[in-house]
Design a protein around this ligand. Sequence first.
Ligand SMILES: Nc1nc2c(ncn2[C@@H]2O[C@H](COP(=O)(O)OP(=O)(O)OP(=O)(O)O)[C@@H](O)[C@H]2O)c(=O)[nH]1
Ligand SMILES: [Mg+2]
Length: 270
Amino acid sequence: MGLTAESSGFNVLNKSFNIESKNNKPVIALAGNPNTGKSTVFNGLTGLKQHTGNWPGKTVTQAQGLFIHNNQEFILVDLPGTYSLLSNSTEEMIARDFICFAQPNTTIVVTDASNLERNLNLVLQVMELTDKVILCLNLMDEAKRKNININIEKLQKELRIPIIPTIARDNKGLHKLKETTYKICNNLIKVKPTKIEYSEKVESAVAKIVPILKANIGQISNKVNLRWLALRLIEGDKTILQAIEKYFFNNDLSIDQIPEGEVQTNGVNY
Ligand SMILES: Nc1nc2c(ncn2[C@@H]2O[C@H](COP(=O)(O)OP(=O)(O)OP(=O)(O)O)[C@@H](O)[C@H]2O)c(=O)[nH]1
Ligand SMILES: [Mg+2]
């Protein structure tokens, strides 16, 4: 089964995530750990009133709104809070599938500056999945209150992605966040995040798997990050195969229908 117009990124957006991007408006995803201020950033940028509060897990499905910057309209999608993209929960799968298959033009990872180390785990995972990432360092007031000093310049050099400090509750830093998003979407800045290298054994397995994937799912290879996909396959994550079948080939398979080992389904050979 070949790819059809239906499988293009925008159709996946439209059909699977109920996001209609008329006139090719850029789509921006807001990802992040629970309770880092994603919905506060969302409300600050869109003027909408997504539910916020001081407990994790308030946003359970994605919400969407519009913001305008330099006369350009952007669709902003508030994703549920997740600690990782490793499909351990429905929220993680929603966030993973959105970033992987809907391919937003930019993903903003909202982090808690007063608890950065734990938050960086998700940042690294998003960087592995897409180049177009911004790190929003939110709750800078809380970090200051706790005497936490972050060397933003050094972190930016390490990660090689733009880092924008914000205090979303006070609307601070949001203009810069919009400006950076605008520049990435319009190719005024090009982001090339630091590549995460694994052990020799894993890297050599990835090097073997990627060409096989290319040969077998060449038709979608520009729509999924094959290195990332190879890493998930090495982990034995069957939900990713299920997701490919769903988003690209309209096959809603249950996880039991995805066999172990060599896999051949209606859509593709893995
Ligand atoms: N001090 C301070 N509080 C903030 C800031 N940004 C957001 N908050 C507060 O942090 C709490 C959580 O904010 P939300 O926007 O609901 O967080 P979220 O990431 O959407 O949370 P989930 O949807 O549950 O994952 C709320 O009480 C906000 O008012 C900030 O920059 N500084
Ligand atoms: Mg929220």
